[in-house]
Design a binder for this molecule. Sequence first.
Ligand code: NAD
Length: 441
Amino acid sequence: MSSNPHQQAITQLEEVANVLRAQYPDKVAFNRIIDRLKNPDRVLETKLKVIMDDESEQEFTAFRSQHNNSRGPYKGGIRFHPNVSREEVIGLSTWMTWKCAVVGIPYGGGKGGISVNPHKLTMTELEKLSRAYARWLVNDIGPWLDVPAPDVNTTGQIMAWMVDEWQKLNLESGQPVQTNPLATFTGKPLELGGSAGREEATGLGGVYVLEKLAKELGWSRKQDVTIAIQGLGNVGYFFAEHADRLGYQVVAVSDSKGGVYVQGGLDPTKTMVCKKENGSVAGCLCTDQGCNLAHGRVITNEELLELEVDVLVPAALESVITADNADRVKAKVVLEMANGPVTPEADVILANKNILLIPDVLANAGGVSTSYFEWVQNLNGVTWSHEEVLGKLQPLMEQAFDQFWQLKAELNTTGRLAAYAIAVKRVVDNMLLRGNSDFPA
Ligand code: NAD
């Protein structure tokens, strides 16, 4: 059993290496690169001390994993969650390397986090902790070195505090500032160098992928395509909203407290308004006629995963489709919008059931792609309009999908392996071109 995201990432890498190995005449060099990619270039870990509002001092364990930077600066979010661990940030940073490679943006992979429940902190404590994190990493991140962003439970405000702290320390160091300090973090508020379109980019990027897929599968009547979405947060909501706008039938959504099923399709916008008013989506049975319990039924998160729909979209957490429940998944397609929602054991079960999996590294890459656009704008001192940003995001996602779909057919393999084969090959080729000089003997 794959026990944690790092172990999962290793299992996936070994599988894809077995597919790619035949293409490389120098097997020794190839194997050394694959071995190296099983672990990050480095993992930083510390205890951050914060003076709390009651004057007590608390310690929080913090991490930054820098997986690989052969294609560009390390790139990846910072997560504030009690479950953050060394193995988790390593796994997530590895997936970031593949994600940036699969859509062809010039970044490597990184991920950071603090083991904390941020909902238990006051705003002052949250700001102190965020600044302490940026202070700790002052020499290890930067526009051309490692570019963090928000992840679970981190926000534009947190990026604003971090960028401010990082910039202040850099100015104090007396080093001439060579590039715009704002380019050190992405996912910033619009007023502070953020990019138009970033908020909706991950969900919308997934819908661009869905559109391409629907064409390939010959799903010409969108109104007949049913979709269930686990997690009505940032990613799940914007996915639902754009899918609904284009005419797909979103029949079920959920959050941590439960879900709803509405035959004939729900109204994502009204559902979100209701969720905000009531604190949960369970009970929000909303169509364009308004919200009414008679419109459908309340379901559990487990039921949502097992619905008979065309597309199942896990958009909440890691490892929700496992060896225990994969057999009960009835969707035709699983479109992974969360990071790592399907375990490697479940991958095999889904493949045996002929369920098509569109992997996270492709499906949710719209977020990091728009982060890349934010960084480009910051480095060039320009601001693009919403239309300009989406005008760049759509072809980028569509091209990535076309390359993925073509290779999937050529290799006659699963969606996961096809996307990983593209990504890992790009990284391996890059490292081969660089040569082996920095390899351990
Ligand atoms: P979010 O915090 O905005 O939303 C998460 C949603 O999941 C919430 O609605 C929450 O209630 C729900 N949830 C939590 N536990 C659940 C459970 N047990 N069952 C069902 N729902 C549950 O987070 P987000 O930014 O939307 O991220 C969701 C996923 O997408 C994460 O895996 C994240 O790493 C990934 N992701 C996010 C982005 C981005 O740009 N935000 C980009 C790429 C990947």
